[in-house]
Design a protein around this ligand. Structure first.
Ligand code: ADP
Length: 237
């Protein structure tokens, strides 16, 4: 379970996240949706413990910057940053050692197979295309079997096979009780996978809905999104 309490993040005087409070339960896939600049990536980076912030963030009850929290967190950044001089397989080995994993090899092989990285196992990070680098990030995050998984714009740059496979992997992880948070401005990319959505604008959460609420209201996610994010434009007409 992920708990965010009164998260505020300022870049100098600019408030990128303004007093965000939200919870994502075990086995739930939440989407942070919002236009460019809404503050989604900033929130994800704060949750991942990469930025200083005001407020509190707990991962399964552990403060997000604690070692216990880091052990159970998988994070796929928006811009992949593989080690230039490690091969694909060495990335797996590096993560396995860093996290003290046991019997990880079969799982690494399976992840590489599913994301079509197997024939690239001896290629160096710097020799890979952006999409392949993204796939390494995903394999590394999933190898540790995280309890909380953060994805920043996960489908950008992936090929259709990888998108299909990733969605399948996400639903498998959800079945196992993993808490998943996906940030995106492309709503169609999360169709069919989300349970809860937070719509962000100007650093704030302007709306929170469960899938059931949206379905019951007869609205779809896109309509809800535009009714919130395009409100000022409508007002000024
Ligand atoms: P999103 O992911 O929703 O597109 P971001 O969280 O990346 O939004 O950015 C939110 C706001 O914070 C934007 O206005 C952006 O310009 C600003 N911002 C992001 N990173 C920095 C930074 N390192 N320094 C200053 N401003 C930043």
């Amino acid at each position: 379970m992920l708990n965010v309490f009164h998260l505020t993040k300022k870049y100098h005087r600019f408030v990128a996240n303004d007093n965000l409070t939200f919870t994502v339960n075990d086995g739930e896939t939440a989407v942070l949706a919002g236009p460019n600049g809404a503050g989604k990536s900033t929130a994800i980076k704060c949750i991942a413990g990469l930025l200083r912030f005001e407020g509190e963030i707990e991962l399964c009850g552990y403060k997000n910057k604690s070692t216990e929290a880091k052990r159970i967190l998988g994070y796929v950044p928006e811009i992949p940053a593989p080690f230039e001089l490690l091969t694909v397989w060495e990335h797996m080995e590096f993560i396995a050692r860093a996290y003290n994993l046991e019997n990880w090899e079969d799982r690494a092989e399976e992840l590489m197979y599913r994301l079509e990285l197997k024939d690239k196992r001896d290629k160096l990070g710097k020799e890979l295309s952006k999409g392949m680098q993204q796939k390494i990030s995903i394999c590394c995050a999933m190898l540790i079997e995280p309890k909380i998984l953060l994805f920043d714009e996960p489908l950008v740059g992936l090929d259709p096979h990888a998108i299909k496979e990733l969605k399948l992997m996400l639903s498998e992880m959800k079945e196992k009780g993993t808490t998943i948070v996906i940030s995106t401005h492309m709503l169609e990319s999360v169709e069919g996978v989300w349970d809860r959505v937070f719509i962000m604008m100007n650093g704030r959460i302007e709306a929170e809905r469960t899938r059931t609420q949206v379905e019951k209201s007869g609205e779809n996610l896109e309509e809800l999104f535009f009714s919130i994010t395009e409100k000022p434009a409508v007002k000024s007409e």
